[in-house]
Design a protein around this ligand. Structure first.
Ligand code: UGA
Length: 437
């Protein structure tokens, strides 16, 4: 295997995990970030996010001399053959993507470029961004050095990022010329995944098309959940029966209180915007958004239908992260549930195995919000218990004890973690998603 010198600009999820995994397979990796605190933390062996397996992997690769962290873009550009851009592309109020970080990095790379480099965009960006990045670098590069811009979208899931990166389903490499293809293929050879080489516009579209399709699958399951409830059927059985058809697949068909996170909501809005700019009204995806918003309203209605008035009711909430295995609370459905309950005057007892620190910025502790130390302590004195995140350890909750310590035994499960019959047998009023009560 050929070891390549790589620089990754941006130490968010994608940058940090990709950089570490490239080092793990034997490449020499420099991770660059402008934030001195983040770099200091990483240099000390700490990490700014919770991601299973990542910390040990970073420490091992730092110790092996394959992974280092710096604030200097100049150093990163000088010492590498391939430069990855992995900076945030946050949403703007109208749903479009803020590309100012990408543009800023492109200009910075341009100012340090003296000889041929492959510049790879890994951030999630609208179609045609690679062309814009190339144009920007050409404009700002005084040395007139040669370069290629490649689009190489990332498909990792938070919470499973190391696994997804080390064993990817596929690698997408979008190029404007053949020159960078061999080097890019060599870089990814150790991952033993199918490699698809396309033009840059297609590669960029693959990312938005894939995320939107996954969101669509979830919304489809959520729409089915409404029909199942009305018909007295079970959405888990319906989606399993559908999903075992290999053409459909069982994954991303778990009905829930709705999807969230820093990717699906943002990428859907962006893709709808991009499509509209390209002259296509992507109504199918607007419907995906609408189903998702309705699902949250419907979930909260289950609570009000049962408790009637929420003001001054004590409600336990299990889960704050947008999904299991992460401390990420960005656009988390669990946080939205809490914020809406607080608005209604409810008094919350909340718990999450990893996300409590990060949640405090969005859901400040106070008279209406108490952060509780263990999951078993959450139900104490509650009028209802809400399951908002699919952490597997929530299924270990001591249900007999829960039933005993609750003021009224009402459980509203937004993740279908418990068995309705068992809950009824234990004496709970139990409502979940798409399964008859
Ligand atoms: C998503 C994609 O799955 C990744 O492939 C992609 O690389 C990433 O976005 C990105 O663009 O960076 P992620 O946001 O980490 O990954 O999380 P997912 O596992 O996709 O879950 C997203 C949301 O959907 C969560 O709120 C989750 O609870 C919910 N979900 C997921 C469901 O409600 N039902 C399901 O069946 C699956």
């Amino acid at each position: 295997m050929k070891s390549t010198r790589i620089t990754i600009i941006g130490t968010g999820y994608v940058g940090l995990v990709s950089g570490t995994c490239f080092a793990e397979v034997g490449h020499q990796v420099t991770c660059v970030d402008k934030d001195p605190q983040k770099i200091a933390l990483l240099q000390k062996g700490g990490i700014p996010i919770y991601e299973p397996g990542l910390e040990e992997l970073i420490q091992r690769n730092v110790a092996a001399g394959r992974l280092r962290f710096t604030e200097s873009t100049a150093e990163g550009v000088a010492n590498s053959e391939v430069i990855f851009i992995a900076v945030p592309t946050p949403p703007q109020p109208d749903g479009s993507v803020d590309l100012s970080f990408i543009e800023g990095v492109a200009r910075e790379i341009a100012s340090h470029l003296t000889t041929y480099r492959i510049i790879v965009d890994k951030s999630t960006v609208p179609v045609k961004t690679a062309e814009k990045v190339a144009e920007t670098i050409r404009r700002y590069c005084k040395s007139k050095a040669e370069f290629d811009v490649v689009s190489n979208p990332e498909f990792l899931r938070e919470g499973f990022a190391v696994e997804d990166l080390m064993k990817p389903d596929r690698i997408v490499i979008g190029v404007g010329s053949q020159r960078p293809v061999t080097a890019m293929k060599e870089l990814y050879e150790p991952f033993q995944a199918p490699i698809i080489v396309t033009d840059t516009n297609s590669a960029e579209l693959i990312k938005h098309a894939a995320n939107s399709f996954l969101a669509l699958k979830i919304s489809y399951a959520n729409a089915l959940s409404v029909i199942c409830e009305a018909a007295g059927a079970n959405v888990q059985e319906v989606t399993r029966g559908m999903g075992l058809d290999a053409r459909i697949g069982t994954r991303f068909l778990q009905a829930s209180l709705g999807f969230g996170g820093s990717c699906f909501p943002k990428d859907l809005s962006a893709f709808i915007q991009i499509s509209s700019q390209l002259g296509y009204d992507f109504r199918l995806l607007k419907e995906v958004q609408r189903i998702n918003a309705d699902q949250m309203d419907r979930f909260l209605k289950k609570l009000t239908d049962t408790l009637w008035v929420l003001k001054d009711k004590r409600i336990g909430v299990l889960g704050l992260a947008f999904k299991q295995n992460t401390d990420d609370v960005r656009t988390s459905p669990a946080i939205e549930v809490c914020q809406r309950l607080v608005k209604e005057g409810a008094i919350l007892r909340v718990y999450d195995p990893q996300a409590m620190d990060k949640a405090k910025a969005l859901l400040p502790p106070g008279p209406q919000v108490e952060y509780v130390a263990t999951q078993d302590a959450v139900p104490e004195g509650c009028d209802a218990l809400v399951i908002a995140t699919e952490w597997p350890q929530f299924t270990q909750l001591d249900l007999t004890q829960t039933r005993r310590v609750m003021n009224t035994p009402i459980v509203i499960d937004g993740r279908n973690l418990f068995d309705p019959e068992e809950m009824e047998r234990l004496g709970f009023i139990y409502k979940s998603i798409g399964r008859a009560a």
